[in-house]
Each structure stands twice: as C-alpha cells, then as structure tokens.
Design a binder for this molecule. Sequence first.
Ligand code: HEM
Length: 687
Amino acid sequence: MDDKSSGNENEERHRENLKQQQLDQYRKVNTGKPMTTNQGRKISEDQNQLKVGARGPSLHEDHHYFEKMTHFVKEEIPERVVHPRGYGAHGEFECYQSMKHVTKAGFLQEAGKKTPVFNRFSTVQGRRGSKDTARDMRCWGAKFYTEEGNYDLTTINNPVLINQDAMKFPDAMHAYFNNIRDDMPTATGAHDTFWDYVANNPESIHQTLWIMSDRGVVKNYRMMASWSINTYLFVNEEGKATFVRFVWKPVLGEHALLMDEAQKIGGIDPDFHRRDLREAIDCGAYPEYELGVQLIAMEDEFKYDFDPLDPAKFWPEEVVPVQLIGKLTLNKNVDNYFAETEQSAFSPGNVVPGIDFSNDPVLQGRLAAYLPAHYHRLGPNYQQLPINKPICPFHNNQRRGGNNFSIDVDKVWYHENSMANNTPYTTPPEKGGYEHYPEKVEGHKIRARSESFKDYFSQPRIFWNSMTAIEKQHLIEALSYQIGRVEREFVRQQAVNLLVNVDREMACIVADNVGVEHPSGTNVPVSTSYPSLSIFNTPYYAYTQKVGVLIGNGFNGKEVTNVLNYLQQCGVFIDIVSEKLGTVTGADGTKLKVDKTFLTTSPYLLDSLYVVGGSSLNQAKFNQDITNFVDHAYTHYKPIGVASLGQSYIQASEENNLAGVVFATSNPNFGKDFVSVIAQQRFWERK
Ligand code: HEM
C-alpha cells in the first residue's frame, strides 16, 4: 500500500480495525512491479499489436493484446437499478451505552464497543454518471461488520416513503425514471410521468413534499440526517420485542443548498458531494453522525394517531423521542472506487440477532428485492467480494456459482449428514443462532391496504405547518419549477389539485405559477407543528465551511495572515482565489499560494468570502471578477468578511443592507466576528 493512511493515529486505528486488516490481504500494489499478463507471463512490449511488419496486418496469436482488449470491453458491470450514482467511505461506529434492555445485538451491548462500518451515499434517479446535486432523496447504506455477521442499515434522508406497499415501488420508480421513449430527463422528477404518478397515487404526496423541501437539495453528505423509514424490531435476551426506527443525525447539523445553487453546481462540478466527502476525510475533518433510535412498545402499537407500520408516516420526535445510542465517524476514503464502492451491496435482510423485521409491508417487500439485485449485478458469490465479506467466519453448504473464490475441501455439502458429523452445525438461539421473533399472526389472505394507512394528508399538513416562512418559499419555488416543467396541462392541474389537500394558499400560488386553475378544495386547518421537521432548527458551525479568499498583490500581509491563521484554527476550509495560479505577494513581502483562479472556481462552490482585494496587471478585470463573486455570494445570503483593502467592493445601498457582512476596518474583533457569521451560514434578512 502506498498511501493507506497518514499519521500514527491513523495507522494505529487501522491496525485495530478488523475490517481494514481483512481488506489489507486483498490490497495489491502494482507500482514498481514488472508488467505481466493475468497469467503472470512477463510482457516485453505494451505499445503495439503483434503485426507482420510495422504496417500490418495484425496477428491472431497476439494473446496479450486479446486479453487486454477483452478485459477492457468487459470492465463495466450492471448499474444498480435504483441508486446507481453513489460514493463510499469507511468509518467506525462507537456505542454510547448498553442497549441490552431492548436488543441483544452484540455491537450494542456495551459503551465504547467499536464496529467497522462501510458506507455508501447515493441519489435515486440519476444514472451512474449523473450530477450529485440533483433534487432527489439521498440514500445511505451502512454495513456494520459485526462479530455476529454483517448488519446493513439502509436509510434515506427523509423519514417517509412514496409507497405504502412494496407492490407499488416499481410503478413509482418507472414514473420517476427517465422516460422510456426518449431517456429524458436525467436526474430529476421535473417531468410529466412523475407528477402524473404523484397526482394519481395520493399517498406519494408526503415524501414528494420532503423532496421538494430544502432536504431535497442537501449541501453535502456530511450535513444530512437519514432515517430508516421502515419499522424494525429490537429483540432482547428475554425474547421481548420493541418496534424501532433508526435515524442518523449529523454532528454538524442538517444544511441545504439553494435550488439555484444545486442546479448551477450540477454543471460546474457534478462531483460536488463526492469531492466534499473525500476532501473532508483526506484532511482529517472526519464526518460524524450520531445514531438515534425511536422505540415504541409492542403493546402501544395502536396508541398513536399514525400507524407505526406505515412507511409513509413519520414518528414525530416530539411524540416518540429520539435516543442517541452511538456515533459513526467516517475516517477513511476508499482506495479503489470500483472494488469498494461499486461492488458494495447492502440489504435490509442482513440483520444480526437482536434485530428483526416488523410487518411493515414495504420492509417485507424489500426483503425480496435486494438479493436478486445483487445476484444480477455481482453474481451469486457477491458476499465473497472483499468489501462485502463478513469479518466473522461463515460456513454453509453453498459451494458453486460464478466467481467462487473459496476452495471448500469437504466431501459433504448437505444437511443433515453423518459423514461430517452433521457439520456445518446449526447454533441454538441461546448460543447466538439467529431466531425470528415468534410473533403470533392470524388472518385471511387478502390483497388490501390497512384502513389505518389511509390518512394521506394529516402529516403533510403538519410538515408544511412546521416550515419557516423561508422554507415555505423554497418549497413553493421547487414545486413551481417541477410542476412548471410538466408539459401536459391536465397533469399540472391534477398535481395542483392534490396540493390543495396540504394547503390551499400554497396550492393557489403554485397554480398561478404553472398556469392552471385554482383548485377547488377547501383548506383544512392545522395547528400542530413539530420543530424537529424544520431543517432550520439544527446546529450551526463555522467548522469545515469553505471560505474563498479573493486576493491580489499588495495586500496587508500582517492583517491577512492573522485572519487566515485564526480561520485555520477554527477549522474553516480556505481557498485562496486570484487571477492566476502561483503566488500573490503582500505589501510587506508575505507570499500566499493561490489554490484556485476566478476561472477555476466559482462563488457557487464557496460558502463564504473573505474579500481582500489588491492590485493586478489587469485591474479592471480583477475588480470585475471580485465584484461578480461578491454579488453572487450576497444574493445567495452567504457571509462576507471584508479586509481593509477590500472595502470598495461592497457598500450599503438601497438593495444592500449588509446583513452578514463584517468589515476589518477599525474592528479589533474582526476574526471572531467573521467566524461567527461564517457559522451562521445564511443571512435571510438580506434585501
Ligand atoms: C419497496 C420499497 C423498496 C424497494 C423494492 C427497494 C429496492 C432497492 C433495490 C433493488 C436497490 C438496488 C440494490 C443493488 O443493486 O445493490 C436498492 C438500493 C437501496 N435502497 Fe431500496 N428499495 C425500497 C425502499 C427503500 C427504503 C424504504 C430505503 C431506506 C429507508 C431504501 C434504501 C436503499 C439504499 C440505501 C440503497 C442503496 C444501497 C447502495 O448504496 O448500494 N430503499 N433498493
């Protein structure tokens, strides 16, 4: 391994991490080694095919060429049918306290217990090469490599699903995907079939609203929450079960892009989210998330005004509190995207003793969807791939199938047997064998939806009612954009007719924006609101926010260096931006390395600006570039710090009330003031 990890701390952690130790056996270094064919035959020339003379023809006996080309044309594997665009990272989960009272899951038995975890974040709609910042849900597969086998926790960055029965999932996805006739549009639900589906399947309005909210345009993977949606069971040693839902809470809070930013960044840097994740981990700013659980006693199944088994309903935190049970730290990037991220495979069916399934009809249906998907993508021995392999031993009577990497030497491969003393043997539950919760069920075989699932609008109304005025405005903009892209007027009308069930005023504004009649329904008043539903009620930090330092030559070296040192101490990420790469020199000879130019970065990619200014050979162009960055940052409500030399670039005016702009001139506390506005992130009160 050339760059497995950096620093002693990393190396120590790596040594202790059982999954990393296992992966080490598969890591292979090719640098500095002789080139060979896949059979190990050394290669003497790798530039030209074998030919008769320099001008050909080529010869069939050139096996080296044949192998190289054949491997190349087979390099792709099928994409995931949903979630093809994703990015992965390794991490470690540490349990806060024993959860023994509710679950016997080994990785949750004692405080301080650490478990290696591989994570993959993804969008749903766009294909593998699509943009990261699409308005979509963000999904997260977390594979816990526990001593009792792999546990996969699959979550989505909103707590409700578009379907209430797995039977509907292929329909919802067909409507959401690119149209089958023309394969458009990519990575967006802003088209006829998606809104036609929503309008005709009213249970889908709830998740759709969440996707249209700020949570549909997450700022990055480090700052998003993610919910299991489905209801699982925790089962303890005594065999007592409890309903459980899981939620990841990002330590840095939940934050979003503006719709305009998400759309522009999709073009400027389609890799925006994966780059952010990779860079943060590379520089040691490890993303952290706390794992929360919401618990409902089995005997309270019918106590709430929502059905705990309905995946289109959230469990309000204010009603069913979230208990934080551990923390996940992402601390290692993958060494090989294909081998680790692309070949990773998650399934809600991968559980360990102590975690079981409720009768949630989406969860039950999901259990039949993932294995065939993995077999299609990766083959029947996909679990032998290094990234999917458990860290505990696994033995059974499965021996064959494509790409089997084990050589099972036993003669006997059936159960029960006498020839191998009835091994591999089964393990009784009291010794760790998995036992399904023996829930008593009875009833008639019918295809039906529970009556308790049929209130489609109460929670969407509460969701709307819990939004701040700014979030409501963003939601209206998103709905107007999405439904406005629908070509068929009757579909636009149907979509707006559905929205009236959430809020009449909102539906009428959208109707005006998309050129259809006001819907006829009346408003249903709602007084409940839950603070936890608003993304604005979240922690705010300056840590890892990216500031662009707009700078030329002749700057005040002492002033700027002091500020940059302070920003660095606070963990603010810094990009020095000037007209050319190289260095800029201050009036006192201070030199700063330029990271990006006005051309290679963009105000859309920066969270805040430090406007230093300075001199340039083409001063007019330089001034124009800075003014352009400042105007963009200002209109996107971003914090701006202004050095003494940069004051001419931004002044108060009728359109400009300077909220969130701090000046260094005559301000001995500039550094602190600047960091505090960076932490605040947006200044919505700007005119
Ligand atoms: C009926 C509902 C659902 C069905 C049929 C379904 C099916 C699928 C399928 C076929 C895949 C691709 C697997 C692969 O090729 O490796 C997938 C991926 C995924 N699903 Fe679902 N899904 C459903 C609902 C959900 C829900 C409710 C969640 C979480 C709350 C979820 C989370 C995920 C995640 C995180 C992935 C991506 C895994 C990865 O990164 O490889 N899905 N789903």
